[in-house]
Design a protein. Structure first.
Length: 230
């Protein structure tokens, strides 16, 4: 077994921050993460402060973009609203979880929800997977050894699940055709979680389709630089 890399908990923590506002036509409660490094670990050169800040900036910019879009759309609605019309608030919410925080690799899925009128709101997921040493975004192929056909492995897991639960997924041209080069995912201690947006391969009522692939079942193919299997 090629599992000779020591498992190491990252010398970091993640703070929770909140942007909140409510007006006649707008309401949002946007919770977002910020990676924090204890000063002693920066002093001992465990981490580069600028690299950590660059990751936080990427996350924060996405949060502000989400907030600004809500504010802009609610203002436009306010301008066209007429007395007697059905009044509603543009709403936006977010929450996050730190699902993996080991071997200088951090995985933070952030779930966004917005309601802008219509029959229902929309939920989408944005995962921030980063190497804390380099600031590099960790892509799905980075989790596997060089030369491994990771798409074939993951596609087989997903297809197997879909075959057993056909009633939950689209078929034919609208159905699952294989993962993308920039496929969305996040990590947990036990699973690689590959997911798709609402309506991408399944109806709205399924919400965000997620596929848990146990790390122990694919350990022989994994790049253990990032992944800790115990």
């Amino acid at each position: 077994m090629d599992n000779n890399i020591e498992c190491k908990i990252n010398n970091s923590c993640v703070g929770e921050y909140l942007l909140k506002k409510e007006t006649e036509f707008l309401k949002y409660e946007i919770t977002y993460p910020k990676i924090l490094i204890y000063p002693k670990y920066i002093y001992h050169n465990d981490y580069n402060k600028e690299i950590i800040q660059s990751i936080n900036t990427i996350i924060y910019n996405d949060i502000i973009k989400f907030k600004d879009n809500l504010e802009k759309e609610s203002l436009n609605y306010k301008k066209i609203y007429e007395k007697g019309d059905v009044k509603f608030k543009y709403e936006g919410y977010s929450n996050f979880d730190v699902t993996y925080d080991k071997n200088n690799f951090i995985s933070i899925p952030v779930e966004f929800y917005e309601f802008t009128g219509g029959a229902h709101g929309m939920t989408y997921l944005e995962s921030y997977n980063y190497d804390l040493n380099t600031g590099k975004q960790v892509l799905l192929n980075d989790l596997f050894k060089k030369g491994v056909d990771y798409k074939k492995i993951i596609n087989a897991y997903i297809q197997s699940y879909i075959e057993k639960n056909k009633e939950l997924f689209f078929e034919g041209n609208e159905g699952f055709k294989g993962i993308k080069d920039n496929q969305e995912f996040y990590m947990t201690d036990d699973n690689l979680v590959v997911y798709f947006e609402i309506y991408e391969i399944a109806p709205y009522y399924v919400s965000i389709p997620k596929f848990n692939i146990p790390l122990k079942e694919i350990e022989q193919y994994l790049n253990l630089k990032y992944i800790c299997i115990q």
